[in-house]
Write a protein that binds this ligand. Structure first.
Ligand code: KG4
Ligand code: ZN
Length: 333
């Protein structure tokens, strides 16, 4: 099957075509609106929706051209149903449904976070069920036991900020741009990861939940004490923040792997693009098979939606009406 995937849950317009027989992406295009929202310190839903509307069709045309395909070669269309921003989700869903009616092929709405998980099946070698999944994005922080396709158990999640959100807020405290994750990672390269003794939230507790707001507040008080945010301070605090995050993730993943006797760890979501965190987790868990998508497929993209759509179609699922679910909980899957 060849599936066209459309991602519009937030501020990235992503389009891709997935070929299930070859397990490859034939063409993919991405437009990031980040610079448009930078001045507001976060995503403005109305602006994001308008931009998706103008970008979607040109990106679909480019994707098909890159893949050397015509519309007659596409067997199904997948779009992000949720979770995400209502307006942006609607733009992608409405276009996907219109194309499906015009091209007379089925469409299906998929769960954005399941897509962040399933994109790992594109890797070679790919993980095999069952495995532990850590999803770390701008809106979520989830630890999941994936037993088979669609058979997931949420083992732990954040009780306050999502991990990417914590990166974005700390970046704002330091006067860095949006999205904050890549900015912190860049600053941290010149810093000392052990210069500030930041908390490792909830690592001593038995449960598998996370909390990042206290860590962010600890950074806030250190910033407040500074007369001026120097380059050195900014680099050192960024590096220390990243190290605190890495240790927290390693601790929770180790606990979950042991508790559920799992040998594979599958990681996804925007924060998984962070090279420091990738290396720290890989170094600390040498006996575990760890899977990360390539960095450009950690952040939002159309390929993950196309793949999630394929697995849903393959499961004989289809839909009649447009479905958007801005607050779709993973445990409802
Ligand atoms: O998965 P994603 O693209 O969108 C959501 O589903 O939320 O994740 C976006 C988040 C943002 O908060 C961004 O700051 C963070 O991922 N991020 C990073 C890096 N690249 C993106 N965080 C840390 N290091 C990075 N290199
Ligand atoms: Zn995402």
């Amino acid at each position: 099957m060849r599936i066209l995937g459309i991602e519009t849950s937030c501020d990235e317009t992503g389009v891709a075509v997935y070929d299930s027989e070859k397990n490859i992406i034939l063409g993919e295009q991405l437009f990031s609106q980040a610079s448009k929202h930078d001045q507001y310190g976060g995503v403005v839903p109305e602006l994001a929706s308008r931009d998706h509307i103008t970008k979607l069709l040109p990106l679909i045309r480019l994707t098909l051209k890159e893949a050397g395909l015509g519309k007659e070669h596409i067997d199904g269309i997948a779009y992000t149903s949720g979770p995400g921003l209502r307006g942006p989700l609607l733009t992608g869903a409405a276009l996907a449904k219109s194309l499906s009616l015009g091209w007379d092929i089925p469409s299906i709405g998929v769960h954005h976070m399941e897509a962040h998980l399933l994109i790992n099946l594109l890797e070679n070698p790919a993980p095999t069920f069952p495995f532990l999944t850590l999803l770390i994005s701008g809106g979520h922080c989830l630890l999941i036991k994936a037993t088979s396709l669609g058979n997931y158990k949420v083992l732990g999640q954040t009780r306050d900020d999502a991990l990417g959100e914590a990166f974005d807020k700390v970046a704002r405290l330091l006067g860095l741009g949006y999205p904050g994750g890549p900015e912190i990672e860049r600053k941290a390269r010149k810093g000392n990861a052990f210069s500030f003794d930041l908390p490792r939230p909830m690592v001593k507790e038995d449960h598998l939940d996370f909390s990042f707001s206290g860590l962010k507040t600890a950074v806030y008080y250190l910033v407040k004490k500074q007369e001026q945010i120097t380059e050195k301070f900014s680099s050192d605090i960024s590096a220390s923040f990243q190290e605190a995050i890495a240790e927290t993730l390693i601790s929770k993943c180790t606990k979950a792997l042991n508790m559920y006797d799992l040998k594979q760890l599958v990681i996804g979501g925007g924060v998984a693009a962070n090279q420091y965190i990738r290396k720290r987790i890989s170094d600390e868990l040498p006996e575990v098979d760890i899977f990360f998508p390539e960095p450009k497929r950690c952040t939002d993209n159309g390929a993950m939606i196309a793949i999630a759509g394929y697995y849903r179609f393959n499961n004989k699922e289809s839909e009649k009406e447009i479905q958007i679910r801005p607050k779709w909980n993973f445990s409802e899957l």
